[in-house]
Each structure stands twice: as structure tokens, then as C-alpha cells.
Design a protein around this ligand. Sequence first.
Ligand code: ADP
Ligand code: MG
Length: 287
Amino acid sequence: SIPLSFFAGLGGASNAGVLVKGSNYMETLSQTKCVVFDKTGTLTQGVFEVNAVHHNKMDQKKLLEYAALAESASSHPISRSIQKAYGQEIDRSRVSDIQEISGNGVTALVDGIAVAAGNSKLMDRLGIPWIDCHHAGTIIHMAVDGEYAGHIVISDIEKPHAKEAVKALRAAGIEKLVMLTGDSRKVAEHVAADLGIDEVHAELLPADKVEEVEKLLAKKPQKAKLAFVGDGINDAPVLSRADIGIAMGAMGSDAAIEAADIVLMDDDPLKIAKAIRISKKCIRIVY
Ligand code: ADP
Ligand code: MG
């Protein structure tokens, strides 16, 4: 039978907006020594601001229009920000052959012309030479009709409690903090340094994130548990693979919430340390 104090612990957690799917996770959580984060939507808001549209030969407005049309079927936060910056109705009859390449970007036919919008890896795949621009932010490169057409600079902002969350985790006994992201190395390193994260791996595809977590699991002592915190559809496999999977509940994808053991109802990363403290108190009462 499950000791009564486990339920007390779960009650305390749910009052704090932390949903624990089973009492066994309290014990694992109390033994967590390493916390691995996804970046976008977990430590950052995943609400991108379009900062600038840089173009080669094309009219700036036209470039943004191509981007918005090519991105019109995507639900990625980057797509949503481009739609917002474009600010006009999308005539979907102008777009066909849309393909979203996970962790890379999108390709589509717009008015019958081939358009690609995404990171440098997407340009490499398409054999389009891209220009390395030194902007602080995520760069969305654009190719139109087989030629490099310019880029859109967008930036994501850290969640208000992200820095505090990192400090609180150290205070709660976490020894290692890792960030995994599909975003560029430059952006990832900037965020990690600002937040005080120990280790960062960037430009990862969803399968690479699972691989990184498996490496971390293989390296650590058996008794020290690893938690992964994420929000996206892409994160579901890693959430299942970690000793403890923690999902963002408010803006997070259904797949992430489904795969997780613990759900943070308000997407506040500060709640991770709170949950760990509650779990430790709860375990002390039981034993
Ligand atoms: P994260 O791991 O930070 O949650 P993703 O794996 O969702 O990020 O995306 C990684 C990168 O792939 C983005 O930073 C962007 O460069 C590119 N990308 C993904 N989806 C899109 C899209 N719809 N449009 C343009 N670029 C995209
Ligand atoms: Mg994410």
C-alpha cells in the first residue's frame, strides 16, 4: 500500500500547480541530480519578435510575403511570428506542395515558385549558398526560385523566471544543468551563458536530443536521476526516455503532456525546484 504521506506530497505539489502523475515519481524526483532543458518554449517564451528583414534583390515586403505564405501551414512559433509580422490574410490557394522539415524549416510552392524558409542546414540540403550574417538572434534564411533571397532575423526572449529557476535548482541540490536545442549554436550559447547553464548542445534534430540524453544517462551514477523538461511535440521521445519527464502544461503540446510524468500547469520553470523540494520533504516523512 502507498503511505498516506505520499498523497500529502502530491497534494502539496498540485497546490503549487505541479501535476504529478504517480506517487513513484516523487521518489525519483527527490533523487534527481541532473536537469536537462529544451530551450524554446521551456526556458524562453517561444514568442519570437521579427527584428529585421534583410533582402538581396527582392523587395522587403515581397520577401516577408513569401515567408508568410510558405509558413502558412506550420504551427511552429517561428511561423506564428512571421504571420504576425506579415499581418495580412493568407490566400492559401496561392500555396501548394508544403513540406515542413522538423528542426530545419519549410519548403513550398508559392504562385508556382519554389520557396524555402529555414536555417542554414535547410539551405545546405537544397544546395543554396547562404550568407553568414552576424546578428544576435535566430536567422531564417530564404530561397526563392532556387536562389538565395535574403533572411529574416527573429529573437526569442527568456522566460521571466528562467534565471531564478536555475539558481533555485542549484539550491535544491541539482549538480548539472544541460540545455538541448534545435536552434543555432550562437543563440544557444548566449542563452546558456546568461542563465548559468553548465552544458549546451545546439543544432540538434529531435533524434539527436534522445541521443544526448542517452549519453548523459550512461555517464551518471545509477542512483542520481536525470530529469528532462520540454514543451514540444519533438520533445515527447526524450520526455519518455529520461528518468523523469517534465512538460510545460499551458502552452505545451498534447504529445509532450501525454509523454511526461510531471506537468507544470503554468509553464513556470521555477516550479521545477519547488517540485524537487516538495518531493524531498515527502520522502523524508515516509522513511
Ligand atoms: P527547439 O529545439 O529550440 O525547440 P526546433 O527543433 O523546433 O527548436 O527548431 C530548430 C530550428 O529549426 C529553429 O531554430 C529554426 O532555425 C528551424 N525551424 C524549425 N521549424 C521552422 C519553421 N517552421 N520555419 C523556419 N525555421 C524553422
Ligand atoms: Mg521547444
